[in-house]
Design a protein around this ligand. Structure first.
Ligand SMILES: [Fe+2]
Ligand SMILES: [Fe+2]
Length: 277
């Protein structure tokens, strides 16, 4: 008997390779309070893909620095250990975020840009709403769609049916994935995060970024990501259909905010991003 699609997907997640030693070493160094940013960047420097992504994100609009930084140790300092840890976890688990995704029709760098933009917005929204750990929101925003990197191959083979379903029944992407594949990218991301022993709060933020009221603990974090994720306009190209702008109805209660406030924050955030870019 052949496995159903969802069983195949879950099996493939279970068979993901274990965390490479270069990554565990880097994570350990970050945890070690005596390690300096130079020491940490030396370990990271051994991994090219990781180094490139860290430099790229330290240079993104988000960090509010006007000069480019080309040195890894400086990038490590700019990002701060907490954001750095999230970045390493994500890249280690699913590979570089700047690859192109054939299934979702994302060109090279498109998912990366979306992830960074969501990370910056989530951190910003978190500060606005006095969430106690804004850097945690950055990490959750950065990793929220990591399941897409994994689910892409499955979306690829079902692309036409997914698009048809979305258009016909006005479904959002995660609903169409759930219907056709038996699992959506948020859940897949959560499973990967769990397999790789991410902290529970992060597992939940990834898993429930479209349905925050289902989170076991700390529903505010997935709700913040839910809002931050909604701030990104369709880009007008092939992947436009796959950007999900809908806010979950329960997000308003969880964060105790109105649509007006969400819109108002969107305007402020846009100004902030323009001024720091
Ligand atoms: Fe998503
Ligand atoms: Fe997203």
């Amino acid at each position: 008997m052949s496995l159903s699609k969802v069983d195949t997907i879950i099996k493939t997640v279970e068979n993901l390779r274990p965390m490479p030693t270069s990554i565990t070493r880097a994570l350990r160094a970050i945890e070690d309070s005596s390690a300096t940013s130079v020491e940490i960047s030396e370990i990271i420097g051994l991994d090219q893909a990781l180094s490139a992504s860290i430099l790229q994100s330290a240079n993104s609009v988000s960090m509010g620095f006007s000069t480019d930084c080309s040195k890894l140790s400086e990038a490590v300092m700019r990002l701060g250990f907490k954001r750095l840890k999230g970045l390493i976890l994500g890249i280690a688990a699913v590979g570089p975020f700047n690859q192109s995704l054939k299934g979702y029709r994302f060109g090279a760098g498109e998912l990366w840009n979306h992830s960074i933009a969501t990370a910056v917005s989530a951190e910003w929204v978190a500060r606005e709403l006095r969430y106690p750990d804004p850097e945690e929101a950055y990490t959750a925003g950065l990793l929220h769609d990591m399941g897409k990197l994994f689910l892409d191959q499955f979306v690829f083979s079902d692309y036409t049916r997914i698009v048809d379903l979305m258009l016909k029944y006005k479904l959002t992407l995660y609903m169409a994935e759930e219907q056709l594949l038996g699992i959506d990218h948020a859940k897949v991301g959560g499973l990967i995060a769990e397999k790789w022993n991410f902290p529970v709060v992060l597992v939940d933020a990834i898993r429930y970024h479209h349905t925050p009221s289902f989170a076991r603990s700390n529903q505010r974090l997935p709700a913040i990501v839910n809002v931050a994720n909604s701030y990104f306009e369709n880009t007008g190209n092939q992947s436009a259909l796959f950007f999900e702008r809908s806010i979950h109805p329960e997000t308003y209660q969880i964060l105790n905010i109105s649509q007006d406030r969400i819109d108002q924050m969107h305007v402020q955030l846009t100004n902030y991003m323009l001024s720091s870019g």
